[in-house]
Write a protein that binds this ligand. Structure first.
Ligand SMILES: Cc1ncc(COP(=O)(O)O)c(C=O)c1O
Length: 465
């Protein structure tokens, strides 16, 4: 019999430096988080993780929002144990099981009635990017058109089609031959308004541009669908104003253009509603989900109107589409979210965090904008001495953000950066975070900002990684 304890024994014996050194030597140059968050994680519970040096951290990264209940939630663990005890298969391709049936029921029940009644579900390979690929294929097949509309600052994943629809140019810079036909429109990012006007006008003009593009016989693009997040995440935590969401819903409907809403990050409570589209009352034609819906284990699905279900058998296959453990933890997670009122809790905790961050902004000149929805919050760093843009806002300061991230790490807080120039500190804590924990996180963030400001650390950490 294999001795599992023996197999794992080595992994708990050394310190951070040991594991990081080996990781640096052996893992790909394309690694990401591991470059900035220089720890080796040994244990995790709730909102906390521990590293190999024995330090504990508040985890406001939560696997990029994939852990709505935090680490090792007892209900998720129980669901896994039960699945194992009942000898469920690990994987079933797309064959059905009683658990899959129950998961599908529960998933459909989360949707607005009119959407659920007409919905078809496609279980995808377990990453958000695969569900985005599926969405692209679906709308192309249905419309017979080849172009795709997306938004500046959007993030949809790292595979070829999803990447082609990503705003950030850096990951595409070395690649030729990405999916052709992607066209980008300005997103309603009022603080750095693409039209140079700011405020509510930003959203109005963004929608007007889409309307004109689609109505214009010389608009140039034959689009199969429009893909959007309703709170841009990686792009810098930019919530779309509700009137804008309603406008793009109306415009796409007027032009028979399928609206693909990417809720990979916002789905299941993150924005203070179960789905971000609920804020504006719209329903998408195609909904892309991943992250939270597996309760911490990998899962991705596409949900769409049955009129679009015109692709052929095998149009989007894949081996790992029937992960029973993920369905068990996903189902259990949804129950906890519902029974413990975690969606409303996320809204309340988000407001508390925003309030705290606004106070930090009032006191320290290095934060230009605090924004977000629910527990998806961003703080944009600016260089107060830099030349203001046409709206009078100081320039984004990625170096300050990076220095604050490092200082947060030193003080026991994991946060991620996003946005243009990496200047936005992103808070994505598990939805179970308590008020006291929100305050503790805010305090650490404040101390980290203070240290960067007082000691000029911005310059010391510049240029790392
Ligand atoms: C909005 C959005 N779409 C798609 C993806 C891609 O998901 P994955 O990293 O699981 O491929 C992400 C990942 O962060 C995301 O935030």
């Amino acid at each position: 019999m294999v001795d599992i304890a023996q197999l794992w024994a080595g992994s708990k014996r050394r310190n951070n430096a040991y594991y990081l050194g080996r990781q640096d030597a052996r893992e790909s140059n394309a690694r990401t988080y591991a470059r900035k968050l220089r720890i080796a994680i040994t244990r995790a519970h709730g909102i906390f993780v521990e590293d190999a040096d024995g330090h504990t951290y508040y985890d406001c990264l939560a696997a990029a929002g994939a852990l709505p209940l935090g680490h090792n939630h007892p209900v998720a663990l129980e669901a896994m144990r039960r699945a194992i005890d009942e000898e469920l298969p690990f994987q079933t391709l797309d064959l059905t099981t009683p658990l899959k049936d129950a998961y599908t029921d529960a998933l459909l029940a989360t949707l607005p009635d009119e959407f659920a009644a007409r919905a078809r579900i496609h279980f995808c390979s377990p990453a958000g990017t695969d569900a985005v690929e599926a969405a692209i294929k679906l709308v192309k097949t249905c419309t017979g058109r080849g172009g795709m509309l997306a938004f500046q600052g959007g993030y949809h994943g790292m595979t070829q089609g999803a990447l082609a629809l990503m705003g950030n140019r850096a990951p595409k810079a070395d690649l030729s031959g990405l999916m052709p036909g992607a066209q980008f429109l300005p997103y309603p990012y009022a603080y750095r308004c693409p039209f140079g006007v700011g405020g509510a006008e930003t959203a109005r003009l963004s929608a007007a541009m889409l309307r004109s593009l689609l109505a214009d016989p010389e608009g140039g693009v034959l689009a199969a669908g429009l893909v959007t997040e309703l709170v841009q995440g990686e792009g810098g935590v930019i919530p779309a104003p509700d009137p804008w969401s309603r406008d793009i819903r109306q415009i796409t409907r007027d032009h028979d253009l399928p609206l693909v809403v990417d809720e990979v990050q916002t789905g299941w409570g993150r924005s203070g509603r179960l789905y971000a589209f609920e804020h504006s009352g719209i329903t998408p034609d195609v909904l892309v989900l991943s992250k939270a819906i597996g309760g911490g284990l990998p899962m991705a699905v596409l949900i769409y109107d049955k009129d679009l279900d015109r692709w052929k058998p095998g149009a989007h296959a894949g081996t790992f589409r029937g992960n029973q453990l993920a369905m068990a933890t996903g189902l259990a997670t949804l129950r906890v979210i519902e029974e413990e009122g975690l969606v409303a809790h996320a809204g309340a905790m988000g407001e508390r965090l925003m309030g705290n961050l606004n106070r930090v902004q009032d006191e320290l000149p290095l934060l230009g904008d605090i924004r977000g929805r629910g527990l998806m919050i961003g703080a944009e760093f600016v260089d107060p001495d830099g030349r203001p843009d046409q709206l009078g806002h100081a320039p984004a300061d990625g170096m300050a953000a990076r220095a604050v991230q490092t200082e947060c790490l030193r003080r026991g807080l994991l946060i991620e950066l996003g946005g243009r120039h990496g200047a936005v500190a992103r808070f994505l804590p598990p939805l179970i975070i308590t008020g006291e924990q929100v305050d503790a996180v805010s305090e650490i963030f404040y101390e980290a900002c203070r240290a960067v400001l007082d000691q000029g650390l911005r310059h010391r950490t510049a240029g790392l990684g």
